[in-house]
Design a protein around this ligand. Structure first.
Ligand code: ZN
Length: 172
């Protein structure tokens, strides 16, 4: 397993729509293993393949608390439907938008259909943080970032903040 580089805004690949996976094979499993490793190292609770520069419809998530046994979820070709009229607000962050945290409104509950690590069909009902995380990661597959849900002012502040961080890192 390899920790891959996570791309950050304004990398244009983050705006790309990812393409469906044709078969869940060993190559894809190797990618998913790397993604989980990369997510744990970051650390983060979710990662979409495009965040490591691969435009495939693959997501990994793990909401297990630190110190608990890891519970990685591998979602291939996920399809998501809201299952509640209710909305929830969570403060979100994104490994591709370092050090920016803002509240986003999303469906409080959702159901995801997907293929798992072995290519078997699965259905997962999500509530709470898992529902938010799943919708955030699904957005990545469509080239949408959580800052796209914010006001124009907040979005441009976020973009400037990341640009400033990058400049500081380059000059360090
Ligand atoms: Zn993200």
């Amino acid at each position: 397993m390899t920790i891959r580089e996570i791309i950050t805004i304004p990398d244009p690949r983050l705006k790309q729509v990812s393409t469906p996976v044709e078969t869940v094979d060993d190559d894809l499993r190797a990618l998913m293993d790397d993604m989980v490793e990369t997510m744990y190292a970051a650390p983060g609770i979710g990662l979409a393949a495009i965040q490591v520069g691969v435009a495939k419809r693959v997501i990994v998530m793990d909401l297990a608390l630190e110190g608990d046994t890891p519970e990685p979820l591998y979602l291939v070709n996920p399809v998501i439907v809201p299952t509640s009229e209710e909305h929830a607000f969570y403060q979100e962050g994104c490994l591709s938008i370092p050090e920016v945290y803002e509240e986003v409104e999303r469906s409080a509950e959702c159901r995801i259909s997907y293929l798992d690590y072995n290519g078997d069909e699965q259905v997962l009902d999500c509530t709470g943080l898992l529902a938010t995380c799943a919708q955030h990661e699904m957005d990545h597959l469509e080239g949408i970032l959580f800052i796209d849900h914010l006001s124009r002012l907040k979005r441009s502040m976020a973009i400037k903040k990341v640009a400033k961080l990058k400049r500081a890192a380059e000059n360090a």
